[in-house]
Ligand binder design. Structure first.
Ligand SMILES: Nc1ncnc2c1ncn2[C@@H]1O[C@H](COP(=O)(O)OP(=O)(O)O)[C@@H](O)[C@H]1O
Ligand SMILES: [Mg+2]
Length: 191
């Protein structure tokens, strides 16, 4: 199976949640020509040395995934963007508690750019990571006459499903409902 842009986006968003963020903001914009993503978190951030290590493909903190010798998300972002005419940027602040902001964009007209993959599945996955966190997703897409935009907040979705107490979409039933809801929001574009 191909590693898609959405797989990459999902790994980068998981980093934000793993950094202890309780607030993660996602802005995804898509056209026929390009897709861009911004992930902003208020997690523990990285100091300049950690940031330099994170962009090195042969380095991982060895804590989150014991036994794994290499990190994947960030080096893959860099390699994919740089080999396909895309862009990437990571800003991180270790001391000011401003967390990390990752932005990237990909040229969909470049034949070497990986396929986008499943955007609805990406949203469903990042909304259902373990942990208590707020997540704000802003999606907009445009293809010719077709324009689609959606805004979802994790806390509101949990509340709508009566899961505020649980704090997560834990069972298969809620995950399926979440998936169907996201599909309905975006069916104008992907339907
Ligand atoms: N949003 C983030 N906030 C804080 N640290 C991060 C963030 N993203 C990445 N990192 C740091 O960079 C390292 C490398 O990330 P990544 O390339 O995804 O590999 P992995 O998650 O497998 O270690 C992480 O282990 C973590 O220490
Ligand atoms: Mg990672």
């Amino acid at each position: 199976m191909h590693y898609t842009l959405c797989d990459l986006f999902s790994d980068l968003t998981q980093n934000a949640v793993e950094a202890g963020a309780n607030s993660v903001t996602i802005v995804l914009m898509e056209t026929d020509q390009a897709i861009s993503l911004k992930i902003q978190d208020n997690g523990h951030g990285m100091n300049p040395q950690q940031l330099a290590q994170a962009t090195d493909p042969f380095w991982t903190d060895g804590i989150k995934h014991p036994g794994r010798k290499v990190g994947l998300g960030i080096p893959f972002l860099i390699q994919t963007a740089e080999s396909t005419g895309g862009t990437w940027n990571i800003e991180s602040n270790h001391t000011g508690k401003t967390g990390t902001t990752v932005t990237c964009s990909f040229d969909l007209t470049n034949i070497d750019t990986p396929p986008i993959g499943d955007v609805t599945g990406f949203f469903r996955q990042i909304l259902s990571f373990d942990g208590r966190y707020e997540m704000d997703i802003d999606f907009s897409a445009e293809r010719g006459e077709i324009k689609c935009s959606a805004n979802v907040k994790r806390s509101e979705l949990l509340e709508a499903l009566g899961l505020e107490e649980a704090g997560s979409f834990e069972d298969a039933g809620s995950l399926a409902l979440l998936g169907r809801y996201l599909e309905s929001l975006m069916e104008e574009y992907y339907g």
